[in-house]
Write a protein of this length. Structure first.
Lengths: 372, 420
């Protein structure tokens, strides 16, 4: 292997793939990045067996070849080389990489490329394509609702259902659920997979804020999903199992509705959370019957209490509902709209958050039962 | 109506409770050294309670029965009758509640009372203390020692001062001079480590401690040093919490024969988890943290705890967590005592989206609760717990473990670690 690349391109590529490097694995090779010449460029690959990321660095290839080297060390070395200059890579011997940039050079001992797991790459034909911008926005509104503990592994994933030219994303832990529907560019036969929320979080990092599409491919075996962008492949394993039937828990009606400014509401909940977090982290929302034009937000604990109000357009009956402050806060932070509708059916029924002007998103939070 | 200006906090502590109950019920035991706990001096258990006659020989609670047998060869060993003591304990607590609802039961045989609001009805704290003592004597034929003070700390120290059948009142303002001549071991929170540090400064009495400069204590003992100094001066702001504010629920079991048999330990934990879960459900609370306590044959006590992803009152979750925590601690040791504590209690319940699976389990458990409520605690149990003896918790089962810790019920060699 003998090639030349630009320092900043190599550094950027190492930064992107390092997100998939396994820091503590029984397999030492997973702490490494695979360097392989491919398609007249240098392909960098890292994987932790849940997710794999490949990145193509444009360059001038003199001799083809492959080797894995410690990913973190390689990134640190390359970051220390002069930027805007050429970096030359070659093999000093079959398992030692020589890196030269400017008047500096380094030698890194690696592990044979044969030991690196095989990562499926994008085939010729994508299953479908979605606008990067639209997918990025949709994922940001959904993935935070996935469970972070492994008590029910299926809930650490995001249900991804393709149906015609619609893609539905749903994430839930035991207490809340976020559902978003968006359009794909190519119709797909109805199919559902569950993608780890962590993989989607990495995908969000590489998606651009542009209308360029990302290609999505379901591997033949149905055990992996591949996302292909210009110069980047992201492969994720899928989670086995049946995602809960979320449709039946989405409320279809309400008895109280308030329309609020998202920012104002978020500030008020944050304030109450300061007090709430010292105890059970519960904040109460009080909506008076028709007329008052405000939502009351309060919290009480041994350490103190807070009350506040946010201007609101109200309809329906008065109600007081208690929620975990964190769930409320995360919904208010992540839903992409200036105005939100909050819908309630009673103190022990799910609360619904809907962005005004976007019928394709719904967020449901279960309340907290408080002693009366 | 004026509020009381004198001390209003009482600490009521029954004298040699288990032994006294046995002596009351069995005339032949009166005036004899009675040792409650297990079968006899060859048994592997520990002393639950020794009568005052046995204490003369140096027999103490938590001492191995064999040691007690050696110290007191003529001692009469009586097995623990947990159900009976629990019944008598309830009668005692009922007497206390006649005088104030502000009763904080600390363990089966002691409680704090705050009688600040009871003056108009029952007179001063001292006369209430006397009335409580005579009611317990007349109605239950037992004696209690009562301490009266301006704080729980002072009341507790006072009740302990003239045992048995004592009544000690510490007037407001005289806390420091009351405590000063007493040895520091009377103060709770003074363990071997602290005593060693204090020893370097020649501290023997609480008064010695109170006269040390605050910055010195702060430097040597940190935050604990400052707290100690306050306590030595008789300052303790902790309120009498009524029973609704239990901070934790714990059950523990001492084996008749120390055991390293994992199957037995697992089954014991299941019985304890059942008991803890039932108490949580009765109290309408869920626990966010589960802890286990393991004491080995050398009396080394370890506690481990873990915070759950979500609070629970279900026995399976408590049991699985306890088993997981205990597994690492019991390897290669013989276990003398094992216990489960549920803490971080809350009566707020986060409702779930997909609760069907748990819902069925809960219905089964609630049905079993109802059967036990009607036909008694043994009416229905798990098959795995048949033929075992752990489901009924009794011995010195502090109904509120952290509270018990606050009043200085420290077990020998105990230290806590948190792996959460």
């Amino acid at each position: 292997m003998k090639l030349s690349v630009m320092q900043e391109n190599l550094a950027r590529g190492l930064q992107v793939v390092s997100r998939a490097v396994s820091s503590r694995s029984a397999l030492p090779v997973l702490a490494n990045v695979l360097l392989r010449t491919e398609d007249a460029g240098l392909k960098l690959t890292a994987t932790n067996l849940e997710i794999g990321i490949s990145y193509w660095v444009p360059g001038k290839i003199d001799v083809d070849g492959a080797l894995t080297v410690p990913a973190r060390l390689m990134a640190d070395v390359v970051n220390s080389l002069p930027s805007g200059e050429r970096v030359d890579l070659d093999l000093e011997n079959p398992t030692t990489l020589r890196i030269r940039g400017g008047r500096h050079q380094a030698h890194l001992r690696g592990i044979d490329a044969e030991e690196f797991p095989v990562i499926p790459s994008a085939g010729d034909r994508p299953t479908t394509r979605i606008s990067q911008k639209a997918l990025r926005r949709a994922l940001s509104e959904v993935i935070f609702a996935a469970a972070s503990d492994e008590a029910r592994p299926i809930l650490t994933g995001v249900l991804t259902r393709f149906s015609g030219d619609q893609v539905t994303l749903a994430a839930a832990d035991n207490y809340r659920i976020a559902v978003k529907t968006l359009s794909s560019l190519d119709p797909v036969e109805e199919t559902s997979v569950v993608v780890p929320a962590r993989s989607y979080a990495e995908l969000v990092r590489v998606l651009a804020d542009s209308d360029d599409p990302v290609d999505i491919m379901l591997a033949q075996s149905r055990s992996q999903i591949v996302f292909h962008l210009e110069g980047v492949d992201l492969v994720s394993r899928l989670i086995d199992g049946q995602f809960p039937n979320y449709q039946q828990v989405l409320p279809t009606s309400f008895s109280t509705r308030a329309v609020v400014e998202r920012e104002e509401m978020l500030k008020a909940v944050r304030l109450s959370a300061l007090i709430a977090s010292s105890a059970a982290n519960v904040v109460k929302l009080r909506l008076e019957g028709n007329g008052t034009g405000a939502v009351g937000i309060s919290a009480a604990a041994d350490i103190g209490e807070t009350q506040g109000e946010v201007e609101a357009g109200l309809e329906g009956e008065g109600v007081t509902v208690a929620f975990n402050a964190r769930y409320l806060q995360e919904a208010l932070q992540n839903v992409d709209a200036d105005q939100l509708a909050l819908e309630f059916t009673g103190p022990l029924s799910p609360g619904v958050v809907r962005p005004i002007g976007d019928d394709d998103y719904v967020h449901v939070i279960m309340p907290v039962r408080t002693p009366s | 109506m004026r509020r009381m200006t004198g001390p209003t906090i009482l600490h009521v502590d029954l004298d040699a409770f288990f032994a006294a109950v046995e002596q009351r019920d069995r005339a032949e035991l009166r005036g004899k050294p009675v040792i409650v706990g297990g079968g006899g001096p060859n048994d592997r258990g520990v002393v639950s309670t020794a009568s005052y006659e046995a204490r003369v020989f140096g027999v103490r609670s938590a001492m191995p029965l064999r040691t007690a047998g050696r110290l007191c060869p003529h001692g009469i060993f009586v097995p623990v009758d947990g159900a009976k003591y629990a019944r008598v304990s309830r009668q005692v607590m009922a007497i206390l509640r006649r005088f104030t609802p502000r009763v904080e039961q600390v363990s089966i045989d002691e409680a704090f009372l705050d009688v600040a609001g009871s003056a108009a009805l029952f007179g001063s704290a001292e006369s209430i203390a006397a009335a409580i003592k005579s009611a317990i004597r007349d109605e239950l034929e037992l004696t209690a020692s009562v301490g009266v003070g301006g704080s729980k700390l002072v009341a507790k120290v006072a009740s302990d001062l003239h045992k048995p059948d004592g009544l000690v009142v510490v007037p407001v303002g005289e806390e420091a001079s009351f405590l000063a001549p007493l040895p520091i071991s009377r103060l709770w929170g003074v363990g071997p480590q602290t005593r060693k540090v204090l020893g370097e400064y020649g501290v023997a009495t609480i008064g010695d401690l109170a006269s040390l400069p605050e910055d010195l204590l702060q430097r040597r003992l940190g935050k604990h040093g400052r707290e100690l100094l306050s306590r030595a001066r008789g300052i303790d702001a902790s309120p009498v919490g009524d029973d609704a504010e239990a901070k934790s629920v714990s059950h523990e079991h001492t084996f008749d024969v120390d055991t390293g048999d994992w199957e037995i330990l697992e089954r014991t934990l299941l019985g304890l988890a059942e008991g803890v879960a039932e108490r949580l459900r009765k109290g309408g609370v869920k626990a966010g943290t589960i802890g286990v306590k393991v004491r080995d044959q050398d009396f080394v006590t370890l506690t481990r705890q873990r915070t759950l992803p979500e609070p629970t009152d279900l026995p399976e979750t408590i049991w699985q967590t306890a088993v997981d925590l205990a597994r690492r601690e019991v390897r290669g040791v013989l276990v003398r005592l094992i216990g489960i504590a549920a803490s971080n209690l809350s009566d707020r319940e986060q409702l779930g989206l997909f609760a069907e699976a748990e819902g069925r389990k809960r219905k089964a458990i609630e049905a079993a609760d109802a059967i036990r409520g009607r036909f008694g605690p043994r009416a229905i149990t798990r098959a795995r717990l048949l033929e075992t003896d752990v489901a009924a918790p009794f011995e010195r089962d502090f109904s509120h473990a952290p509270e018990a810790k606050r009043v200085g019920k420290q077990r020998p060699g105990g230290h806590a670690e948190d792996d959460s």
